[in-house]
Design a binder for this molecule. Structure first.
Ligand SMILES: [Zn+2]
Length: 273
């Protein structure tokens, strides 16, 4: 199994002249959309897609009435899309057979439409939240134009498998058994991390946290706590999930734990031998 780390969308959230004057650190608050491309025996697997071709070409359609464009300020560069990167790497995008989604926010599934033939895997709670959004924030974050062309969806319920205190789903359909979905609720109803428990030892935590500093002992910088507060569905659950990830980092030091948007963590994983 070979794992590639791709940045499928640079973001510069909250960057606004007035805000920047009040909180100068905001200028440096640049994020990536960290996705994985896995070469496996069951074909290419994408973990999240980041921005898609249509996000770039037709962004008014996607972001016109949604706060995402104002909050996250995506760069929208076609060369950063998974489709273009995979093609540049010499693969055929048709060989992407599976997409595992941490959750259904636009910056994580913008590229689903570029791979309509792929089987999409996610937790059942997230699928239900996307199909039947309840609260205001859910109604604002999910948009079915993102996934309606992807007919092959596997939504998993967490059963009795508990791993390091987290509910986990084993045996994703037609996927290498060393790859798991791990429930990390809070950011969204059915938000998940992706664990690869083999020689790679990777735990991609999606948006359970957005910067590594949130796992440390020091006070979380204001721009980061602001951003989290604005985007988390359930702050209490999100805090609880972060606590468990902190404990996981203590007990499983061999695991590389990273989130979707931390630029430094992304660079570290790219440079890892
Ligand atoms: Zn995100």
């Amino acid at each position: 199994m070979k794992i590639h780390h791709l940045n499928c969308g640079s973001l510069c959230p909250l960057s606004h002249p007035l805000l920047n004057r009040a909180i100068p650190q905001l200028d440096k608050f640049n994020l990536v959309c960290h996705c994985l491309l896995i070469e496996s025996t069951s074909g290419l697997i994408l973990v999240d897609t980041g921005m898609g071709l249509d996000d770039v070409k037709n962004h008014e359609r996607y972001f016109s009435n949604f706060r995402f464009k104002q909050i996250a300020r995506p760069k929208l560069d076609i060369e950063e899309t998974a489709f273009m990167q995979i093609t540049r790497m010499g693969f055929n995008p048709k060989d992407v057979k599976h997409i595992i989604a941490t959750h259904f926010d636009s910056d994580h599934i913008g590229g689903l439409a570029d791979f309509p033939w792929a089987k999409v895997h996610l937790l059942k709670d997230e699928w239900e939240a996307a199909l039947n959004p309840k609260r205001f924030r859910e109604k604002a974050r999910y948009n079915k134009i993102r996934w309606e062309q992807n007919r092959d969806v596997e939504a998993y319920e967490t059963q009795g498998d508990i791993w390091e205190g987290f509910k986990r789903v084993q045996n994703l359909k037609d996927i290498d058994p060393s790859i798991y979905l791990v429930s990390l609720p809070g950011h969204t109803r059915g938000h998940a991390g992706v664990l690869i428990e083999n020689e790679a030892n990777i735990f991609m935590a999606g948006d359970a946290f957005i910067q590594e500093v949130q796992l440390g002992e020091n006070k979380v910088p204001l721009p980061i706590s602001l951003y989290s507060r604005m985007t988390n569905e359930d702050s209490h659950e999100a805090e609880n999930t972060i606590k468990k990830i902190k404990a996981l980092r203590e007990t499983r030091s061999e695991l590389s734990i990273f989130c979707s948007h931390d630029l430094n963590q992304f660079n570290k994983m790219v440079n890892r031998k």
